[in-house]
Design a protein around this ligand. Structure first.
Ligand code: GLN
Length: 454
């Protein structure tokens, strides 16, 4: 813990940790030492970790990287961060992210962007988003592991951009209680770690049934680590043709082919599959996620949390709402709220929101059909490219940024588990990731397949 705290101080330029909690860390580390001495050391005992700023942590700033939550210190602890603390993990502080987890480059954060520890010459790169601080911190060895959240790829894309492992569990595996809501039917917390084994250990500690989240599954949490045998003989791995996009860079094609060959060499059976509605996933996601966000973000009204705008004489409650939200929300969040309220409005609900929900059902059915044909896991690239330069996409057409999520959002729409595993370097020497998608609730099997690919 002390070494990590020193590393964090030395690595301020990465912008990964946005609230540091050394006192809490040292206290928990001492408690962990005592537990180890007493012979009562749970799975994560004494392991220094970072917590994404989206998780509410009792008495510690939890701002979701938004100015509107400035100074907000929750009275309660999220179930996931509590589970980790109960398992002995030591929180070092809170990690940078895109504002309300909306973004793919960590550049919408009110704290300013985090930086990828990987560089090309002197060019600074994005660590990805929205869990960019988590990815940067783990990749730079500031902590041993970090929590992330994934609504449309926010664990898997930054993991791929920084050469680490990121697992989005099945929807319902981790409690959403105390995690600031973005799009409630898509949001899931998950581990971001150096290795698949670490992801298995951390996953087991994070997951639980929680009566405080009505979508949390009433299922036993398996010992995921014990499932890492590396034996994938006879497993059927599907390669979906729809993920072979036009204009896909050759090195991504190559990465995918190499990953396929590795699984085959390990004894898996490779089959070509079709997920016919894939091309509608991104537009459906960018209707559903903003719709849910616009509703979830209605609570930031200047009354209950954080920031309240200064008012002029004669201003009433409407002006207070308007000024507070105009000042407190950044441009990407405002864009999402506007899109969301538009697609939910009486005149456009059927044309957009309802249609997107139908598309979502078809996307889920595509996966159901493939799994019904005995496919065990699906292999795809995690991202369409390696990490891009900071500032490069920020002011471009927002749709360019949204295209980063093309391989990841399907998994959230279908509620499935997905993992990004480091799979080599591109021509410039930057990390690339492969994604494995598994059957619902079979994270153990998925982790084992990822283990064979590692
Ligand atoms: N990049 C996607 C978005 O901006 C995904 C975000 C996420 O998974 N939290 O919505």
């Amino acid at each position: 813990t002390k070494d990590c705290l020193a590393e964090i101080e030395a690595a301020d330029a990465l912008g990964a940790f946005v609230h540091k909690t050394p006192e809490i860390a040292l206290e928990r580390a001492a408690a962990a030492d005592a537990r180890i001495k007493a012979g009562d050391a749970p799975a994560m005992c004494g392991i220094p970790i970072g917590i994404k700023d989206l998780f509410c942590t009792k008495g510690v700033e939890s701002q979701a990287a938004s100015a509107i939550l400035e100074g907000f210190k929750p009275e309660y602890e999220s179930t996931v961060s509590q589970n980790l603390a109960d398992a002995g993990a030591v929180m070092l502080g809170k990690l940078n992210m895109d504002e309300f987890a909306m973004g793919s480059s960590n550049e919408t954060s009110t704290y300013g962007n985090a930086v990828n520890p990987w560089k090309i010459d002197d060019r600074e790169l994005t660590p990805g988003g929205s869990s960019g601080g988590s990815a940067s911190a783990v990749a730079a060895d500031l902590c041993l592991a970090a929590t992330g959240t994934d609504t449309g790829g926010s664990i898997r894309q930054p993991a791929a951009f920084t050469g680490i492992v990121g697992l989005k569990p099945t929807y319902g595996r981790c409690s959403r209680w105390g995690v600031v809501a973005f799009a409630s039917s898509l949001d899931q917390a998950g581990p971001m770690t150096k290795t698949v084994r670490d992801a298995a250990i951390m996953m087991e500690s994070m997951a639980s049934h929680d009566p405080k989240d009505s979508t949390s599954a009433e299922l036993a949490v398996p010992n995921f680590e014990a499932m890492l045998t590396g034996d994938i003989k006879g497993k059927k791995i599907g390669i979906p043709k729809e993920y072979r996009m036009d204009g896909m860079p050759e090195e991504i094609e190559q990465l995918w082919a190499d990953g396929t060959a590795m699984l085959k060499d390990a004894g898996a059976e490779i089959v070509d599959i079709s997920l016919p509605h894939t091309k509608y996933a991104l537009p459906a996601y960018y209707v559903i996620a903003p719709a849910e966000a616009s509703s979830n973000l209605a609570r930031y009204d200047g009354v209950r949390y954080g920031h309240r705008a200064k008012l002029a004489a004669g201003d009433g409650i409407v002006e207070m709402y308007e000024k507070t939200r105009a000042e407190g929300f950044g441009p990407e969040v405002q864009r999402r709220v506007m899109i969301g309220t538009y697609v939910l409005s009486a005149g456009f609900y059927d044309a957009y929101y309802n249609r997107a929900r139908k598309v979502r059902a078809l996307i889920k059915k595509d996966f159901d059909d493939v799994f019904a044909a005995d496919v065990d896991a699906i292999l795809t690239p995690a991202t369409p490219s390696a990490a891009f330069g900071l500032g490069e996409m920020k002011d471009a057409d927002p749709v360019q940024m949204y295209l980063n999520d093309v391989f990841t959002v399907t998994v959230n729409l279908a509620g499935l588990p997905g993992i990004s595993v480091p799979a080599g370097l591109d021509k410039q020497g930057l990390p690339l990731g492969l994604q494995l998608i598994g059957r619902p609730w079979e994270e153990g099997d998925l982790l084992n397949t990822a283990y064979a690919l590692e």
